[in-house]
Design a protein around this ligand. Structure first.
Ligand code: ADP
Ligand code: MG
Length: 653
């Protein structure tokens, strides 16, 4: 069954070399019961670890079940350990917080080949613990714990059981019980190799090998093994071989349960470590809702302002790279107003506008106000049908009459209790008669739309401001579907208008509210990007927190990982276990984060007055995000865990 030839093992610690085995030759047949004896430090454990495929010799030949062990890959070794070998350790190495039954079942999840397995309950009954299957290790005595460990070694119906000082931590009565159990197992055909330094324990074996300073110094066989018993392995109570898919699902299910248990074991730590993810996901969810809310609110406000309006203004101009003052040469006049009216059919109304600020006085009150000079069509474009009184007529404009319409802010500032209609006010010391009051418009941004006086265009140009040119021409398209077309036609037309010689680019700019809307959207986009960056950063920070805690938890569970590898877990099994745990952690954080985001959205909706809602897409995004973070930041700890050396991990304190 086992053949060792000239096996040497040298431990290296820095520059010091410790030879533990100096050339061991050994042959063990099926069905033997071997005790390895020797003083402490003689190399017994080292030998057993090599026999158990847990450690590799420095040199020498090793055959196990006709396989050339030094040439096998790690996963193949893990599989051999899983299929053929059962381990029993001096320190039992049971998983705490895990029932006897689950401890015994543990090796099953790492068994790949659908081989015959024993039923955990039956095995526990066989070792005399049939009534204690749901007890935790700390509710069992040392002898009972070791029996659970033996049951765990038996569960996969192994051909070989290795035990390193299995009675070392037990009183002599329990020791005797355990040894009787081993003897019985041996009689059923299982090969048993155990390490002990007590002669009374070694007496149970058929063959005693003594080791001294890394050499085998004696090898005695007491009595011949009854050959007919070799084949008579336990075949009772085996369960049907599970299918590979079923195996995978079983592994996943077990790993999910283990991950859940590991996370619940440290509730406070679990909560704290997910905090970063919670905040990050909450921020992402709230940010998405706020971004959409803001965009919608801007859109609503802008569409209320009339989206079929187009404004034409002189453009900033450059001559030879030098910036000229706006309107320095390219100037808008009534000629341009007429040319638009005549040549662009999509246009409904064209309104010339001049603007200025002026000092307005009534009685002993005064105010500095924006003066707008325009034509009666302004009413239609800006929907400012007077609240009281009436607008001026084309005639009044042509006659340059001094009449004015006041915005409500101006009314409030100048008039206390009087009716302003018919009163005479002074604008820049020129008398105007108030003929109407404009409807209240409210504010857009920092600008008070009601702090304004409208007077006839000709009056403004010739009498008040003394400007011969227009500040802008405002145009209303026939309806919102032709706005773009009208805008393009006007831009084309504007290129035929007078312009600064040698200037670069267009002399006039033609805007509509859609472009303002676009500008707002661009701002909203930038804001979203900034918020997304903040959310992203907090997710990364959260992820680092997760990685940190997973590393700690991997270190804490070094011995558990060592045990899992010793009983046949492959690197991938360990990797996936830690990854599942980290994804579960992040996912839980993500769910709480969605809740937090929802609360934030409720608060934001109260504060801003917007209608905000959490979208299904953002929930999906948050879930995807947190799972991804779990994978990315769990990968390193998982890798660290999976690469641990079984023996070193088991020895970890
Ligand atoms: P035993 O089990 O017979 O007490 P071991 O096989 O554990 O002895 O150890 C044999 C020798 O190898 C001892 O001198 C021990 O100090 C040394 N040794 C064992 N394990 C290591 C290790 N991981 N690193 C360095 N030296 C080791
Ligand atoms: Mg030892």
């Amino acid at each position: 069954m086992i053949e060792l030839k000239n096996i040497k093992k040298i431990y290296r610690q820095g520059s010091i070399e410790v030879p533990a085995l100096r050339g061991v030759d050994l042959k063990i047949e099926r069905g033997e019961f071997v005790a390895i004896m020797g003083h402490s430090g003689s190399g017994k454990s080292t030998l057993l670890q090599i026999l158990g495929l847990l450690d590799k010799p420095t040199s020498g030949q090793h055959h196990f079940l006709n396989q050339d062990i030094p040439h096998l890959k790690e996963d193949a070794l893990a599989e051999l350990r899983a299929e053929e070998i059962g381990f029993v350790f001096q320190q039992f190495h049971l998983l705490s917080r895990t029932s006897a039954l689950d401890n015994v079942s543990l090796p099953l999840i790492y068994q790949r080949q659908a081989k015959r397995q024993l039923d955990p309950k039956t095995v526990l009954e066989r070792v005399g613990l049939g009534t204690r299957i749901h007890h935790l290790p700390n509710e069992l005595s040392g002898g009972q714990q070791q029996r659970v460990a033996i049951a765990r070694a038996l569960i996969r119906n192994p051909n070989l059981i290795l035990a390193d000082e299995p009675t070392g931590n037990l009183d002599s009565a329990s020791g005797r019980e355990i040894m009787t159990l081993f003897q019985e197992l041996n009689r059923q055909g299982i090969t048993i190799i155990l390490v002990t330094h007590e002669p009374s324990i070694a007496d149970y074996a058929n063959r005693i090998i003594k080791v001294q300073d890394g050499w085998i110094c004696s090898d005695e066989t007491k009595n011949q093994i009854a050959a007919e018993k070799v084949s008579e392995k336990i075949t009772s109570a085996t369960s049907a071989p599970p299918s590979p898919t079923h195996k995978m699902l079983q592994l996943l299910h077990t790993q999910l349960r283990q991950a859940g248990r590991a996370l619940l074991a440290n509730k406070l730590r679990t909560c704290l470590s997910t905090l970063g993810i919670v905040i990050g996901v909450g921020a992402v969810v709230a940010m998405l809702a706020l971004g959409r809310g803001a965009q919608k609110s801007v859109k609503d406000q802008l569409s209320g302002l009339g989206s079929n309006r187009i404004t034409i203004r002189p453009n900033v101009q450059y001559v030879g790279g030098v910036r000229l003052q706006i309107g320095s040469v390219s100037r808008l006049t009534l000629n341009e107003v007429r040319s638009i009216q005549q040549s662009i059919p999509e246009v409904k109304v064209v309104v010339p506008i001049v603007r200025s600020r002026a000092q307005v006085v009534f009685g002993n009150k005064n105010s500095n106000t924006e003066i707008v000079g325009t034509t009666p069509d302004y009413v239609e474009i800006y929907s400012v049908k007077p609240q009281y009184g009436r607008f001026f007529t084309l005639e009044q404009d042509a006659n340059r009459e001094r009449v004015a319409l006041l915005g409500s802010t101006v009314v409030r500032e100048l008039f206390v209790d009087q009716n302003p209609i018919g009163q005479m006010i002074k604008i820049n010391r020129i008398s105007f008669r108030v003929i109407g009051i404009l409807p209240t418009k409210g504010t857009t941004g920092p600008r008070d739309e009601d702090d304004m006086i409208i007077i006839p265009l000709q009056t403004a140009m010739r009498r008040l401001i003394g400007k011969l040119y227009l500040d802008s021409i405002d145009v209303a398209a026939a309806d919102s579907s032709v706005v773009d077309q009208a805008q393009n036609s006007i831009l084309e037309l504007s290129r035929t208008w007078p312009k600064t010689p040698n200037s670069e680019g267009d002399s006039y700019r033609v805007d509509n509210l859609a472009s303002v809307q676009e500008a707002f959207s661009a701002i909203a986009r930038v804001l979203s990007i900034i918020l997304a960056a903040i959310a992203g950063i907090s997710l990364v920070v959260g992820g680092i927190g997760i990685m940190n805690i997973m590393l700690v938890s991997v270190t804490e569970r070094t011995r558990e990982i060592g045990l899992r590898k010793a009983i046949g877990a492959r690197n991938f099994d360990i990797l996936s276990q830690i990854l599942i745990e980290s994804v579960m952690l992040c996912f839980a954080g993500g769910l709480v984060g969605i809740g937090l985001g929802w609360v934030l959205i409720l608060i934001a909706a109260k504060v801003t007055g917007w209608t905000l809602s959490i979208s299904f897409a953002s929930i999906l995004l948050a879930c995807g995000f947190s799972a991804t973070i779990g994978i990315i930041f769990g990968l390193w700890p998982a890798r660290v865990a999976s690469l641990k050396h079984p023996i070193e991990a088991l020895r970890y304190e």
